[in-house]
Design a protein around this ligand. Structure first.
Ligand SMILES: Cc1cc2nc3c(=O)[nH]c(=O)nc-3n(C[C@H](O)[C@H](O)[C@H](O)COP(=O)(O)OP(=O)(O)OC[C@H]3O[C@@H](n4cnc5c(N)ncnc54)[C@H](O)[C@@H]3O)c2cc1C
Length: 413
């Protein structure tokens, strides 16, 4: 039986990103995926342009906007930060080409079990085929096939209902991208007491727009039927009735899954490795940025004499989830838990203050590029700046979520 250096399970954006990066280090990489790696991805993936790790990745964007705004309260806040939507086919092609150049071979199959020997692991598929590799990287999405993680009772989910279509009037200004519009004047007072949701919307050109009503995070996820109703109410209130629907996006994914056990002999990446960024739900930009450093760490560990699946996985985990990143994640999870306690007016006041922070602070917060100390300072500065009612909500969150804060202080997963 052939023993590859690495077997990557899953061919979503993060599986392809890590397979491409691993193969670039010279490792012999194989891929195993339930769906063919060329199967089109259905989700709409957005990214900040400054998060793209290589200039050539700009060519994989289908759309980009420099007129990007947030609407909170009565304010429209220009962000002066470029945003893009991937052209999924281009991104997939880019990553698959890189895999192909470095000899990655993809097999179709559903990984069902993994078993570890001294020097390699064996993955068995549902139809009882076996693949051997010195390390298995599970990138099979938010409910991983092989990775183990602690059970979670209260997983918050991001939910969204979106329409790509034509409208009786432009739902957003020409050429504009609205990252967040939390205004809720079109809802009844009773509806305004329900979990707040926001509009994520953009002009796609040629008379088409993408509009999506989104719940940042809630336990349980806000039902898609509620989001659809709210989207239509918002559009009606703005005089932009739906004329033609080209595509419907239905979105539901976990925001705060626990980290997988970091001492297991399988490595993970993407949704499987709980890499969703808690403040936003974004992950694709992060996966593209982190893949090369994780791949290098794995290559180095596999190059060491006497390497085992455990030693290689440990090197990968220590890079992906370094103690500093784990600590920052606890702070981000605390931030998310605080936001989930906000009503519509409070969350608008929060974001108004957030996007008026110094630019490097709010961009760093959203892209996880601040050091732990900088992140803590940013959160404190925000706490001081927000209006009293927001501060009271944050203080209540700190009381209720003291375990998260303690874990951040002591750096525990
Ligand atoms: C509608 C939607 C919109 C989103 N928008 C954004 C966004 O704008 N920006 C952003 O950064 N993030 C976004 N996300 C969040 C996140 O980036 C996505 O969920 C992303 O698809 C996760 O990537 P992944 O590669 O980890 O998993 P997936 O995309 O779920 O891919 C998993 C892969 O594993 C394979 N697989 C699954 N089980 C097995 C098995 N047992 N054996 C073998 N193969 C298996 C699947 O066939 C697939 O190839 C969005 C999510 C959704 C649902």
């Amino acid at each position: 039986m052939t023993v590859d250096d690495v077997l990557v399970v899953g061919a979503g954006p993060t599986g392809l990103a890590i397979a491409a990066a691993l193969s670039e280090t010279g490792l012999r990489v194989a891929g195993l995926s339930a769906a063919p790696p060329t199967k089109p991805w259905q989700n709409t993936y957005g990214v900040w342009l400054d998060e793209l790790p290589a200039p050539e990745l700009r060519a994989t964007l289908g759309y980009r906007w420099s007129d990007v705004v947030v609407r909170a309260g009565r304010r429209t806040i220009p962000l002066q930060r470029e945003y893009g939507l991937f052209d999924n086919r281009q991104l997939q092609h880019y990553l698959l080409e890189c895999c192909e150049r470095h000899g990655v071979v993809w097999q179709n199959g559903i990984a069902a079990e993994v078993e570890h020997r001294v020097s390699h692991s064996l993955v068995t598929t549902r139809d009882r085929r076996t693949f051997a590799a010195r390390l298995v990287v599970d990138a099979s999405g938010h409910s991983p096939a092989l990775l183990r993680r602690p059970a979670a009772s209260q997983v918050a989910r991001q939910a969204a209902y979106g329409i790509v279509g034509e409208f009786s009037a432009p739902p957003v200004q020409a050429g504009q991208m609205v990252l967040m519009d939390y205004r809720a004047d079109h809802l009844t007072p009773e509806e305004q007491r329900e979990p707040p949701t926001f509009l994520y919307a953009m002009d796609l050109g040629d008379g088409q727009f993408f509009v999506e009503e989104t719940s940042l995070a809630h336990v349980p996820g806000v039902p898609l039927s509620t989001l659809e109703r709210r989207l239509r109410r918002r559009l009606d209130a703005g005089g932009a009735a739906v004329r033609q629907v080209m595509h419907i996006e239905r979105c539901l994914f976990p925001m705060n899954n626990p980290l997988p056990y970091l001492d297991q002999p399988v490595m993970g990446f993407g949704g499987a490795a709980s890499m969703v960024h808690p403040p936003s739900g974004y992950m694709v930009g992060k996966a593209l940025r982190y893949a090369p450093e994780v791949a290098q760490a794995i290559a180095q560990a596999l190059g060491a004499s006497g390497s085992t699946p455990l030693s290689a996985a440990r090197a990968g985990w220590q890079t992906l989830w370094s103690p500093a990143r784990v600590r920052r994640r606890q702070l981000y999870l605390f931030g998310l838990a605080s936001l989930m306690r906000c009503d519509s007016a409070t969350i608008q006041a929060f974001f108004e203050a957030f996007f008026h922070l110094p630019r490097h602070e709010w961009t760093g917060y959203l892209s996880d590029t601040l050091s732990t100390a900088e992140l803590a300072r940013t959160m404190l500065r925000l706490f001081v700046r927000v209006p009293g009612k927001v501060r009271r909500t944050l203080m209540a969150a700190a009381g209720a979520e003291h375990a998260l804060l303690r874990r951040a202080a002591f750096g525990q997963a």
